[in-house]
Design a protein around this ligand. Structure first.
Ligand SMILES: Cc1cc2nc3c(=O)[nH]c(=O)nc-3n(C[C@H](O)[C@H](O)[C@H](O)COP(=O)(O)OP(=O)(O)OC[C@H]3O[C@@H](n4cnc5c(N)ncnc54)[C@H](O)[C@@H]3O)c2cc1C
Length: 422
């Protein structure tokens, strides 16, 4: 390890915090994190993390703390509007056997809190309230300045500043533009204490229901089932005013205001105890967030000079593969492993990083886009057909033992630490 290398990380989300922790574990690079917000963000609902990501949280030394906050169960159920169960399965069973990790739903704030606590325990420097305004490079270093007039200099800069990344827009790849995926999400966190014991007993894992408009899911997001995350994924067309922030604000208000009544209307025909449970969950939502899903189309540039984009800043994708956080963790692990050898030049580090991460990211991007398909709007026959197709696929998979051979779970056992570097 060479002494004295210094890195600046922009952004204290999962990518930035994980990169800082891994670099601290594996290298002697001195890291400073700069975060735009005044304090850890309260945004973001609850996220699902799959085995490939949970395994990396374990290697970061934070898995126990994350598991103490989140809800772990890989029991996936698809309920029909008619009140019966279309299928129920341990949807990551094969991957859990291989990796030792299953599926967890955790509030984004809890995940970030645990990572932040680990960063602070490791005495990694972190500064809040820092809005980046410029990035400049000389032969020997990269310099950043912030809105408050402060500045810093380092050997390398990692843009972990999310989908709207300033580092990407003003420095690494200004030509790259976001695209709207056509899908949006509405979500709410509900304390379980407001629900009846009968409804609570029905919610044992990831409970999904297809409606003509999209997919409704309820999943506990706290250990002990103290809180539930209820979210609805659906197709939403761009507002008439175009893809502008104002347009979305109007749309956001319409979606949020209308959400409960529209949902309750479309669930009027939902039968059985599950129908009653869904109506109770919806009636007990006190606030709803609306998230139009944007993504970065594959391609583009991830590095320039001494700067590299990591996590959503490089490859934001739609959330329907549940892999955003895991992709950020894999990025952070590979980056750190490549920097472990102080003799490896930075341009070589970025080249190898690109060559290894590109195919993996593209594969997961495609998977997420494919998974979005089942959430698209349809009519009564289309809904029936979707349910029949899904249940046939499940039966065939069980008859031919495909679920036991890990079909469709290969990407969940991918281990970034095992990938060869040359
Ligand atoms: C509706 C929805 C549902 C999702 N569900 C899942 C899921 O179930 N599972 C999953 O794995 N992923 C999910 N994701 C994706 C996941 O949230 C992201 O992939 C993940 O948060 C990426 O982490 P990141 O650190 O790269 O970016 P972010 O989480 O966006 O963090 C970026 C950080 O950088 C800071 N920042 C931004 N600009 C600057 C600046 N100029 N200067 C300093 N700091 C800055 C931000 O304040 C933030 O703290 C979902 C996303 C959405 C929108």
């Amino acid at each position: 390890m060479s002494p004295g290398r210094k890195a600046i990380i922009i952004g204290a989300g999962p990518a930035g915090l994980a990169a800082a922790l891994r670099l601290h574990q594996q290298t002697n690079i001195q890291v400073t994190i700069y975060e735009l917000r005044a304090e850890p963000t309260t945004l973001g609902g609850a996220i699902g993390i799959l085995p490939n990501g949970l395994r990396l949280l374990h290697r970061l030394g934070v898995y126990e703390k994350v598991a103490a906050r989140g809800f772990t169960s890989s029991n996936l159920t698809l309920h029909s509007m008619q009140g019966h169960i279309v299928f129920q399965q341990d949807f990551v069973g094969w991957a859990r056997e291989k990796t030792g990790f299953g599926y967890m739903r955790i509030k984004r704030t809890d995940l970030v809190d645990v990572l932040l606590e680990a960063v602070q325990q490791a005495k990694i420097s972190i500064r809040f309230n820092k809005r980046l305004t410029t990035v400049e490079e000389s032969d020997a270093s990269v310099q950043v300045t912030f809105e408050d007039g402060s500045s810093d200099t380092a050997d390398m800069l990692f843009g972990c500043d999310g989908i709207h990344s300033f580092v990407r827009r003003v420095y690494v790849d200004p030509k790259k533009t976001l695209e709207y995926s056509g899908m949006s999400g509405l979500g709410s966190i509900i304390p379980t204490s407001v629900l009846s014991p009968t409804t609570t007993a029905h919610i044992t894992g990831l409970e999904t229901t297809l409606t003509e408009d999209g997919m409704l899911a309820v999943n506990p997001c706290m250990a002990g089932k103290d809180e539930m995350f209820c979210f609805f994924s659906k197709e939403v067309t761009l507002p008439e005013s175009g893809d502008s922030r104002d347009g979305w604000e109007v749309h956001r208000k319409e979606e949020v205001d209308g959400f409960k009544s529209t949902m309750l209307e479309s669930l009027e025909s939902a039968k059985g105890e599950w129908g009653d449970a869904l109506r109770e969950v919806l009636n007990n939502m006190s606030s709803v967030n609306f998230y139009p899903v944007y993504r970065l189309p594959p391609g583009g540039v991830w590095s320039k000079g001494r700067c590299l984009l990591v996590g959503d800043a490089a490859h934001a994708m739609s959330p329907h593969a549940g892999q955003g956080v895991s992709m950020a963790l894999e990025d952070a692990f590979l980056l750190s492993r490549l920097l472990e050898d102080p003799k490896r030049p930075l341009d070589k580090v970025f080249d190898i990083y690109d060559r290894i991460r590109r195919p993996r990211v593209n594969e997961i991007f495609k998977l997420a886009a494919r998974n979005a398909g089942v959430r698209r709007k349809t009519g009564p026959w289309g809904l029936w057909l979707k349910e029949v197709q899904i249940s046939m696929a499940m039966i065939l998979s069980s008859v031919f033992g495909a679920d036991k051979r890990g079909l469709r779970q290969g990407h969940l056992v991918y281990d970034i630490d095992e990938v060869g570097l040359v």
